[in-house]
Design a protein. Sequence first.
Length: 266
Amino acid sequence: MKKLNLLLITTLLCALLLTACGGGGSSESKKEEAPTEAEATTAVEATTEAKEALTDDDCFDIVFADAPVDEFVADNKRISRKKDGTILFTFTTVDGDYSYKLDAYTGEILEKTQPEKITTTKGSGGFDDDDVFDALEEICPVDYAQGKNLKIKKSNDNASLEVSFNTEDGDFFYRFDRETGELLEKREPENITEKSKVVEVSGDADDPFSVARNECCKVAGVNPWEAEDLNIKEVTANKIYEVTFKYKGKDYDLIYDMTTGKVEEN
C-alpha cells in the first residue's frame, strides 16, 4: 500500500513539473515574438528618418513635367506640406486653377485637378523677364544697362509686366502684355541727350544688369522670373551691383561684383 501511494505521488509530481515547464516556454515565446511598445516606436522612427523628403525644386520639376503649361505662365504658386506625408502644389493660369497632390517622399502624383479648358499650353509662348530685356534692346532709345534703379514687376492684375529705370535725362517706363509681349504703354523723357544714348560694350558686360540679376537669383535659389519687385542698381563705377527682390514673402538684398563674379548679402 505504501509503495502504491509513493508511486501515485511520484506520478503526480512529474505531471505538475511538465505542465509548469510547458507554460513557461509558451510565455517566453510570446515575449520574443511581440516587440515592446518602445521597440515598435523606435522602428517606425528609424524608417521615417531613412526617407528623404522632396525639396521645393523637386516639386517644381515633377509638377511642370506633367502639367500642360510652362512654369513661367503659372502664377500664385504654393507648396503646402501635410502631416500625412503628402505635398499639395497649387498654381493658377489665365485658364483657371491647378492642384497636384504628391507623395512627399516618392514624388508620385496621387491626385491632380486642372481647368476644363486649357488655352495656354507648353511652347505656346508667354513673356517673361528675359523677353523684357530683348524687347528693351529693340525699342528703348537708350542703354537700359546704363540706367539706374531698374525695376521689373507684375501689374496688380498679373496681366502685364512693368519695367522702369531712370537716367540723367529722366524716367523711362514700359508695360508689356504678359502673354503676347505686346508693348501696351511707354513713357520716355522728351529730351534724350548723348549722356543717355546707347554705349557699346563688349564681352559679358553687354548686359550687366541681367548678369547681376541671374547670379543673385541663382545664389538665392530663386527662378529669375519669379522674383517680385526686382530692383537692380549700380552701387559704384567699379561694376558693383545691388539686387533686391521678394520671393514667397522673404526679402533679398544682395551685392554682385562683376569683376570677381561673387555674390554677397548686403
